[in-house]
Write a protein that binds this ligand. Structure first.
Ligand code: AHR
Length: 525
């Protein structure tokens, strides 16, 4: 009896471990990663996964992206030159604007015409700051043209009208002789802009009107009827405001009531452990570090659940899923305006970025866009500015290292991981890997999430015969001395990408050791 029970117990444990994909013995000294580059997945990682978000919030727009043509800070037609150039390096594919919560308080007519005559309002969502509307439609769309990115307009549903949004679309995209198109011409822009993405409201469940999904979905149907497509090249692509994080009912109701009338539904997922006490960006111990990573990784089951609901109503994948706000959210830096959401960035944030991007890559049959919040000076920003100075954050470097994955063909990867850390928020695996192929080259990005331990990796390719000279580029991102390092205004940057010269070609594969809390990207041909 005892023997039978023991056998049963062992087989249950074995099944549990196998189904969890866990490595039951102690972690192998070297983690083997096999890149299945012989596979034709045919699935492209849309570049829009690398989207950015800009809101009239703190110094994201004013002081960050825009200083005005009269500023002493070097600028081109009012756009900050250093920031512009830094963002060009990222190949920003799409930029969402003007919010966020601000979008449902934004009346676009306030922001067109001679700048001195524009309406001044109080930015009630974000610290009551005076908003002089000097950055409006022309300035935003001009910025997108300079960056070579697609604009993603977030329309006002909460406090606007159908007519107002319909006219905005006409103003931006119609080449007719209508009053709206002529007003645009009178304001200095002859040709219609190429605007594809239109958000119908933002966080309609909260700052966007505190609606219920039933009411919002009816409103969506109404707004979408009158926001017309003036650009037959690609049509107007309409995005519904989705639920917050795990609000699956919101997705369910929208899929049921809106269905194929929307092109996408956009959920928001922030990495926050406790909304009433978010903690400092720069002071954390091992426990908080792993809890944060687990929280970020929990986006995967969350998105899967949203996608399961979508599959039920839309098995043909006509409706896309966007994650049009994501990233870390900490307490503001001491001494800064609490309404301006200015935070620093460490390797912990870089880890969240890389782990999230690796997850998005896996689900691009449904997830077609993601916009990290936000591009400059707000939350998990790419760039921070103070006066005429600018620093690039560790997150910036992740986006730069990952650039080869934009519009590349997704390649599956096989590797075994162990559970590095298990805590009350979730589990953190010992490694996360993603790979893609573009222009005949294969790029592999690897994340060692360990707080304090290196990870030895052997990388094998299914088809590529690796020899000396196969590695086109190898880069690493890690803190130079301490995981809490930041890139600050008063000192040399401490967290930057460096050439990773410790990659050894051995037996037709690559072997290397990743330091603790590091991200490596290797491109081979
Ligand atoms: O990104 C900051 C805010 O977070 C956005 O304005 C809002 O949509 C979300 O709650």
């Amino acid at each position: 009896m005892y023997k039978r029970m023991k056998k049963l117990l062992l087989s249950v444990v074995a099944t549990m471990l196998l189904s969890a994909g866990a490595v039951c013995a102690k972690s192998p000294a070297v983690t083997g990663v096999k890149v299945l580059d012989g596979t034709v997945s045919g699935r492209v990682i849309p570049k829009e996964i690398y989207g950015q978000f800009s809101e009239h919030l703190g110094s994201c727009i004013y002081g960050g992206l825009w200083v005005g043509p009269e500023s002493e800070i070097p600028n081109v037609d009012g756009y900050r030159l250093d920031v512009l150039n830094a963002l060009k390096e990222l190949g920003v594919p799409v930029l969402r604007w003007p919010g966020g919560c601000f979008a449902d308080d934004y009346h676009w007519m306030d922001g067109v015409g001679p700048q001195a005559q524009r309406t001044r309002i109080s930015n009630n969502n974000w610290g009551g700051t005076l908003e002089d509307n000097s950055f409006g439609t022309h300035e935003f769309l001009g910025l997108c043209e300079r960056l070579g990115c697609q604009p993603y307009i977030s329309g006002n549903v909460g406090s606007g009208t159908v007519k107002e949004l319909a006219q905005w679309v006409e103003y931006m995209t119609s080449d007719s002789r209508s009053t709206m198109a002529d007003l645009r011409r009178a304001n200095g822009r002859e040709k219609a802009w190429d605007v594809k993405f239109l958000g119908i409201g933002n966080e309609a469940w909260g700052c966007g009107g505190n609606m219920r999904p039933e009411y919002y979905s009816d409103l969506f149907r109404r707004y979408t009827t009158y926001t017309r497509d003036y650009n037959s090249a690609h049509g107007l692509y309409k995005v519904a405001s989705g639920g917050s994080g795990d609000d699956y009912n919101w997705t369910e109701v929208c899929m049921q009531n809106i269905g194929g009338r929307m092109n996408a539904i956009a959920v928001h997922y922030y990495t926050v452990l406790n909304w009433s006490d978010k903690g400092a960006a720069t002071s954390f111990g091992k426990r908080e570090y792993y809890r944060t990573l687990a929280c970020a990784l929990n986006i995967e089951p969350c998105l899967r659940r949203h996608m399961e609901i979508m599959d039920k109503y839309d098995p043909g994948h006509k409706v896309d899923l966007f994650v049009d706000e994501w990233g870390t959210w900490w307490d503001v830096e001491p001494g800064t305006n609490p309404g301006h959401l200015f935070q620093q960035c460490t390797m912990r944030d870089a880890m969240v970025a890389a782990l999230s991007l690796n997850i998005f890559h896996k689900y691009t049959d449904r997830i077609k866009m993601a916009n990290i919040a936000q591009v400059v000076n707000v939350l998990q920003a790419m760039v921070l500015t103070r006066g005429d100075r600018m620093v690039l954050t560790p997150t910036y470097y992740v986006f730069k290292m990952y650039r080869p994955h934009q519009d590349a063909e997704f390649i599956p990867v096989e590797y075994g991981t162990s559970v590095l850390n298990s805590n009350d928020v979730g589990e953190v695996p010992s490694l996360s890997v993603t790979a893609s192929r573009k222009d005949g080259a294969v790029t592999v990005s690897l994340v060692n999430p360990s707080y304090d331990k290196p990870e030895s990796v052997r990388l094998d390719f299914e088809s590529l015969g690796i020899k000396k000279g196969s590695v086109v580029r190898a880069e690493i991102l890690a803190s130079s001395s301490d995981i809490h390092d930041v890139n600050d205004f008063d000192c040399e940057p401490k967290v930057v990408t460096r050439d990773f010269d410790r990659v050894n070609v051995k037996d037709g594969g690559l072997e290397f050791e990743m330091p603790a809390a590091s991200i490596v990207t290797i491109t081979v041909k």
